[in-house]
Design a protein around this ligand. Structure first.
Ligand SMILES: [Zn+2]
Length: 298
């Protein structure tokens, strides 16, 4: 179901066509459209909301989190080495897409902090590799850091970033104050490794101890003190790139959803990594994986 007004009975997920505005075709720039179509076809009982009313505010927040020269490069395409530093060839749809991805997270944060629902999501990634002055690893603007900034300026005092993407969230850690934004990360790859602050946890898992490590991470999160908001980066690349089974990922999503519900934690999810290595069948399989997150939080 698609509408422009927030549902109070179903989980709202934010998306609009700007999410896929980039000409550059890659999972990060395309898969949200496939997922939105799957939701429209009735494969998850959630409501899709257009976040475009949050665009101007989001651009201000992006300018708070990122350096002016980098933001201007993404908007204009110049200098080219900065404009394409996330790994995509620049086109005028890139800034439209990048602002929309963060707008969805800002809209979701605004919704859950208003108390109208406990959970909301964005069909974007969390984009956790982007730094203040440069993109990295397919991430243009760091949506998690922008969402954290939105929450802090709206009065949240302490936020948990739960990052279960296969790769590390070094970009997010570099952009947020560790006294106010605690980061708990379970990685299956060493890319974008980061140094944990005293309240953080940075765990590594293989395919055989994946769920045990997720359980450990959630226990640590439960003991890490009170949080006003959880930003959950729900990567599917542990499956597509690290050999974790889709059954284990389905269990992971149920575990995270139950844990947040049990602790009555407001939560915003982003879909994060997950790559279709192959043709249409791989693309369909990737949609199925991301729907596990959406269904678990529906
Ligand atoms: Zn990743």
């Amino acid at each position: 179901m698609r509408t422009t007004s927030i549902s109070t009975t179903k989980t709202n997920v934010f998306w609009n066509h700007d999410y896929t505005a980039a000409s550059y075709a890659f999972d990060t720039t395309r898969k949200s459209g496939d997922i939105a179509r799957a939701i429209d076809a009735g494969r998850a009982d959630v409501v899709i909301i257009d976040p475009s009313s949050h665009r101007e505010r989001t651009l201000e927040l992006i300018r708070t989190v990122h350096d002016a020269i980098y933001v201007d490069a993404v908007l204009s395409g110049h200098p080219e080495h900065l404009a394409s530093s996330q790994g995509f060839t620049w086109d005028s749809g890139i800034p439209t897409m990048a602002i929309a991805h963060s707008s969805g997270l800002v809209a979701a944060v605004t919704e859950v902090l208003s108390g109208s629902s406990r959970v909301a999501g964005s069909l974007s990634s969390g984009l956790h590799h982007a730094r203040a002055g440069t993109g990295r690893g397919y991430c243009t603007f760091n949506g998690l850091a922008v969402a954290a900034e939105a929450a802090l300026t709206a009065g949240a005092e302490r936020i948990l970033v739960l990052d279960l993407d296969a790769h590390g969230g070094g970009g997010t850690r570099s952009l947020c104050d560790p006294d106010r934004v605690v980061q708990i990360d379970v990685s299956t790859s060493g890319f974008d490794a980061w140094n944990p602050a005293p309240s953080d946890a940075y765990l590594f898992a293989g395919k055989d101890d994946y769920l045990t490590t997720i359980g450990e991470a959630l226990d640590l999160a439960a003991r890490a003190g009170a949080f006003d908001l959880v930003l959950y980066n729900a990567g599917m690349d542990p499956v597509t790139d690290s050999g974790v089974s889709s059954q284990d990922i389905a269990v992971r999503e149920q575990q995270v959803a139950s844990w947040a519900e049990e602790h009555d934690l407001p939560l915003v999810y982003a879909l994060a990594g997950g790559y279709a290595h192959g043709g249409d069948a791989a693309r369909e399989a990737l949609v199925d994986l991301h729907l596990l997150t959406i269904q678990a939080f529906a």
